[in-house]
Ligand binder design. Sequence first.
Ligand code: PRP
Length: 178
Amino acid sequence: MSLRIKNKELEILIPESNIKSRLKSLADEIRKEMNKNEEIIAIGILKGSFIFFADLVRELGSNIKIDFVVVSSYFDKMESSQNIVFKKDIEVDIKGKNVLLIDDIIDTGRTLKALVEYFQKKNPKNLKTCVLLDKKERREVNYDADFVGFEIPDKFVVGYGLDWGEEGRTLKDIYFVK
Ligand code: PRP
C-alpha cells in the first residue's frame, strides 16, 4: 500500500538516511563558519522546523542555547514590505551573541528575510540562517539562507516536520505529493 495524505499518493523525495548524513556535514559547515567553540543561540521557527531543529542542534555539539519563534506574516502591498506578527517571540537576549536562525524550508523568502531584519536590530554579534530545504524557483524577495541542506524542485513536500494541513509532520522521510 502506498502512503497517502488526503487520498493523494506520496513519493519519497529525500530518505531519512540522506537527511541524517547531510545533517552531519551541515553541522560541520556551520561550526566551521560560526567560531568553533563559541556559544550559539539556535532559534527555531515553529512549527515546521521542530524535527530538523532537534536533530541539527544535537549535531552542533555543546555550547548551544535554544529558543523558538512562532510567526504569522502578511504582505503589506501598500508599503511593499513584509510584516511579521509574533505569536511567540524569543525570550533570550541575543545582543552580542552568535545566532543561528533555523527553518525547515525557504520558499518565497519573505519569512526569513523579515526575521533577519527584525533580529539584526537586536545587535547580535553574528546572525546566520539555516534551512533544510530551499525551493529556489519560488523566491519572491532577494534573500538566500546562509546554510542549505538540499535544494529541491517546486513540488509540494511533506514529512520531517513539514505538513499538509497539519498532516504528515511526523513522517521520517521527506515526500512530495504526486
Ligand atoms: C513555512 C515554513 C517557513 C515559511 C517559508 O511555514 O516553515 O517558515 O513557510 O515560506 P516563505 O519563504 O514563503 O516565507 P508555515 O507558514 O507553513 O507554517 P508551519 O511552519 O507552522 O508549518
